[in-house]
Design a protein. Structure first.
Length: 471
């Protein structure tokens, strides 16, 4: 059954990649792939299901003694439906609700033309200078926001600056690379670094010092190469309309909504660190506050024409639900592979057969361009406990085990590789999926024009990390 699930995943992934050839929307394929994999999983032999996580299965049976009267097939099916699927759906729902809240806030800013305040300040008409500016803004924002939120903001902003779809695809691809690179070097910039930070595998100051230059270089190399292909000036009409846009309640409120929206997004990691509640809780709170503000605003300005078009209920109707459903399908499909133990088997195989932290992390980085990096990193964290230096010194292969102490090289490398490796394919990261959904960036186009550049950046940053270690 495991082989069948792997082959089915590869087939589904191929159809997603060939969306422009088949004419079938990738979201439809992702949704079918998700349910097909869970269907194969629930009909897998009971022994295979139990072996994937014996401890978890036994705990579930202990908590539900009535299941002792059932046969193994009924027990495992009950376990999948009421434990595994609920658990995995909960993890995916956190991401989906976060994405929904962030997209709502960004769309609210957009319908009020809040980004006009930023586009007015972009004076350059040079495509090269604009590329560097977009990359710098994205890299910086992603370090304090998460890469998914940053991608939503920057891709939305991009639509205000460029009319040509082909140019937006090039700039949007750079946004994906810069967002993933910027998110890799801070503890709040990417889901995987958040996981490592909360698990005490890394500390904030150390990871920022160790990964800043590798992450920066992984972004700069693709930007530098792409800049050679950009020639000429932006057409005067590209941002003329954006500059003339004003909020339905005036420029002052336009700027207030922009500032409030950005502050709400920035408040999410702060709320998380104060309460330990997951990010979707913070974004839900912030969306509620923005909702109340706009309701009060338009209740005070009933004379505004078509005012209901600027309220949150209208904004929610205009969110790209196809992107959110695509996330649901692809993440739940990967979750099925994780639940049956395929990702754990892969992690153990890498450790036993390769047993070199650099090669293992390079492979994890490359795999994260195909498989969601969250379960990959979770599997690696489960495979190795965080050791104290004293404990590591007493173990066999003490020098090798020293890589698994807090802030050890293994944890630094996995943060870098899993974060930046997701840029190699458009579907390999949350930022990529967002850009793919909002700008309709074609998978094959990205593979042909961007993947090699992202790969060069990935290895260039890795080289900087190794150079830092030598020095």
């Amino acid at each position: 059954m495991i082989t069948g699930m792997i082959l089915l995943f590869i087939a589904g992934y191929t159809l997603i990649a060939l969306e422009h050839k088949t004419g079938i929307n990738k979201t439809a394929i992702a949704l079918i792939l998700c349910i097909a994999l869970w269907t194969l999983y629930i009909f897998a032999p009971p022994a295979q299901i139990i072996d994937a996580d014996k401890t978890k299965f036994q705990e579930y049976i202990t908590e539900n003694p009535a299941l002792n009267q059932q046969n193994p097939t009924e027990q495992t099916q009950n376990f999948i439906v009421n434990e595994e699927m609920i658990y995995q759906l909960g993890n995916v729902a956190e991401i989906l609700f976060y994405l929904l809240g962030a997209m709502a806030i960004v769309t609210l800013i957009d319908v009020h033309h809040g980004f006009t305040g930023i586009t007015r300040r972009i004076r350059t008409h040079s495509k090269k200078k604009l590329l560097w500016l977009i990359a710098f803004l994205t890299f910086s924002l992603s370090a304090i926001l998460d890469n998914m939120t940053t991608a939503i903001i920057m891709v939305t902003l991009l639509g205000k600056l460029l009319d040509s779809q082909k140019e937006r695809w090039v700039f949007g691809s750079i946004i994906v690379i810069a967002a993933n690179a910027g998110g890799a070097w801070t503890p709040i910039g990417d889901v995987t670094t958040i996981m490592l930070w909360i698990g005490n595998n890394i500390t904030s100051a150390h990871i920022m010092k160790s990964l800043f230059f590798p992450s920066l270089v992984s972004c700069l190399v693709p930007v530098w190469i792409v800049s050679f292909s950009l020639k000429g000036q932006l057409a005067a009409a590209d941002n003329a309309s954006a500059i003339n846009e004003t909020s339905p309640v005036g420029t002052k409120q336009q700027n207030i909504i922009l500032i409030l929206g950005i502050l709400c997004l920035l408040a999410v990691p702060v709320f998380k660190s104060l309460t330990q509640l997951p990010p979707f809780a913070g974004i839900t709170l912030m969306l509620g506050l923005m909702w109340i503000y706009t309701e009060i605003l338009y209740n005070r300005h009933p004379q505004v024409p078509l005012q209901n078009q600027y309220r949150i209920p209208y904004v929610l109707k205009n969110i790209d639900l196809s992107t959110i459903l695509f996330f649901l399908g692809i993440l739940m499909a990967v979750a099925a592979l994780e639940a049956i133990g395929i990702l754990n088997h892969l992690s153990h195989f890498l450790d036993v057969k390769i047993h070199n932290i650099y090669f293992v992390n390079i492979i994890i980085g490359l795999l994260s361009s195909i498989i969601d990096n969250v379960p990959l990193v979770a599997a690696a964290m489960g495979m190795y406990p965080v050791l104290s230096p004293e404990t590591a010194a007493t173990l066999p292969e003490a020098q090798y085990m020293a890589n698994f102490v807090q802030n050890g090289a293994f944890w630094e490398l996995i943060a870098y590789c899993a974060g930046t490796g997701g840029s190699i394919l458009i579907i390999g990261s949350a930022a990529g999926v967002v850009a793919m959904g909002l700008e309709k960036i074609n998978f094959i186009w990205y593979l042909k024009h961007i993947s090699l550049l992202a790969l060069l950046g990935f290895f260039a940053g890795l080289g900087i990390y190794l150079l830092q270690e030598l020095l």
